[in-house]
Design a protein around this ligand. Structure first.
Ligand code: ATP
Length: 262
């Protein structure tokens, strides 16, 4: 049962319907804001265009993000309402695979301290490791006015690498300008977040987090030299280009045949 509705497992859009139900439930609990529901719809649209699968360019970016999580001095996973609502269990497994070496910070655009506490509760009860408390010491991201610029001193402010998802472009850009290396999970390669991030993961947040965790597991015995060679050859421009081409190819074959075959 999800939100009072029984979604049959056999439904072709089961995963997508479960995600919607989770978001509605978390909206009712004050974890997700109405704007988050709208942002989810935009993401779903791009996932549809991409065929709802993790493409090779996404897997490559996920492997690079995993390498950065293992290489960086102060890696931080930034979690907002949508990301927590959809992927709290996956974030917990990622934090565990990292052995608590990454700090997890609740960081939100539409900030109220009450909502920060609620998201924190969702993550804590999923078993997330390295979670900063809601009353962490705060500072501001340079250039970001209003509460959307508030970050934890021990978290994003002192990070050299930030993994974030379903994020606003302005905030992503401000973090990059502040000197952080940012890996962003965002299904829309046109978004400012996707365009401004150092590593863009054009994939759905739950799938992406599972894939990153798998790569962290695979790479956790790798030497620093091996990890450095994974990140050294990476071009984000090429990743974005491949994501646009994947959409183009799928649209082109659908336009040719009128019938979806993949
Ligand atoms: P930007 O400000 O970066 O130009 P935007 O205005 O679309 O983009 P938001 O409204 O904050 O920014 O939306 C967040 C982004 O997250 C959207 O681009 C959307 O495609 C993406 N998104 C939504 N749901 C998911 C999801 N489950 N997984 C990955 N990406 C998602």
């Amino acid at each position: 049962m999800h939100g009072g509705f029984d979604i049959p497992r056999s439904h072709p859009r089961y995963e997508s319907l479960v995600a919607r139900e989770k978001l509605v439930e978390m909206f009712e609990k004050g974890v997700v804001v109405p704007q988050g529901l709208i942002a989810h719809g935009r993401g779903e649209c791009f996932d549809y265009l991409l065929g709802e699968k993790s493409h090779d360019f996404a897997l490559e970016a996920e492997r690079v993000a995993a390498a950065y999580l293992l290489l960086s001095k102060r890696p931080v996973i930034s979690v907002n309402g949508n990301y927590a609502a959809l992927a709290a269990g996956e974030i917990a497994r990622l934090s565990e695979a990292l052995g608590g070496r990454a700090v997890v910070e609740v960081n939100i655009f539409y900030r109220t301290e009450e909502r920060v506490r609620r998201i924190h509760e969702v993550l804590a009860s999923a078993g997330v490791k390295g979670l900063l408390p809601p009353d962490c010491e705060k500072t501001r991201v340079p250039g970001l006015e209003s509460p959307r610029g508030i970050v934890c001193v021990e978290g994003i402010a002192s990070a050299d690498f930030v993994l974030l998802a379903i994020e606003d472009g302005d905030r992503t850009e401000a973090l990059v300008k502040w000197g952080k290396r940012v890996a962003a999970i965002d299904l829309n390669p046109f978004s400012r977040t996707a365009q401004k991030a150092s590593v863009t993961i054009v994939d759905e947040a739950v799938r992406a987090t599972r894939n990153i965790t798998r790569f962290v597991d695979e790479l956790s015995g790798a030497s620093e030299e091996e990890l450095r060679s994974i990140v050294a050859g990476y071009s984000n421009r090429e990743t974005l280009s491949r994501a646009f081409k994947a959409i183009l190819d799928r649209l082109s074959s659908a336009a040719d045949s009128g019938v979806l075959t993949q």
